[in-house]
Design a protein around this ligand. Sequence first.
Ligand code: CUA
Length: 367
Amino acid sequence: MSTTWWSRRIAPTALALVAVILAGCEYDTPRSALNPAGPVAAAQLDLFMLTFWWGLFIYVIVAGILCWALWRYRYRADQAEQKGIPAQIHGNTLLEMGWGLLPVIILIIIGIPTVRLIFANESRVEPTEGDLVVNVIGYRWWWEFEYPELGIVTANELHVPVDRRVILNLNSADVLHSFWAPRLGGKRDLIPNQDNELWLEADAPGIYLGHCAEFCLTAHAYMRFRVIAEAEEDFERWVEAFQGNETQLVAQTVPDPLIEAGRELFMTKGCAGCHAIRGVAQGQMGPDLTNFGLRTSIAAAVLENTPENLAWWISDPDEVKPGNFMPDLFREGDPNADEQVAALVAYLESLGAETLQSATAEGETWQ
Ligand code: CUA
């Protein structure tokens, strides 16, 4: 096989491969750390880019010298006889000092901003006036967000006001997890019985996607969350909506039998054993569903919160999120399944919805 045979086939294959690999590069995706949306993430990106440019600069020089040497000292038939041992440069003080000192200088250049950033983004921060404190607990495979100063417990969606520092106290109820909202800042582990901290801040309103970044068994890939950053007024409105519904005992202006049926089923079908709803149920195993209707997503941010998706999630949890602990509520072919799922969906979606703000439909219970 000739050299041309190889170069004819290898060069196009290599180029095609590079093209395929480069097609995966996109910097402004919803989960890209190269697309920062807060000061912590921005500072971390700056440091990354500094290291990247230095790395590229060194690579170009080293690869350039290598290519030059390969070309300059390539085999040439007419010089074959003259070849002996080339000039030896072992023990050249200038060269040896040079390639010892240069890396040290480059490491110092990269090391100083690295250490500065580590201290600036210190993990142990004392909350000061204006900071929002949230306790984050990782469970297999969902997130609990508790706002101790606001009396709010919710799951999988972290509401934060923009331009305010949010201090997260991280802990785990079972195995190791890791909190990571790439556009807002670096990741940190949630470790059982160890209080870790992380702080972040969002520059602009928006939904920032997050993910568990530590393999935590079966449904790890489905352990997602959303950081919902809002203008201060909108955040306050969310807090009020959350605090307002003291008991979620279904309070429609016009009593809706489907919602009532859903509430009954929630209590009798086993849901209440695992889920809490303020004023209604106290289950501790699964996410707190208080004001569920205010959520944008379900199943730890795996699906959008729509009635169709919720019905799918309730009727076949394992299909939506393999490995999760929510049991199948309905046996195969249960004739009541569709009707009961519809009632549960109606009830859950009604929690926190505006229609609930009027008086409770007293005495109206579904039979
Ligand atoms: Cu939790 Cu991976």
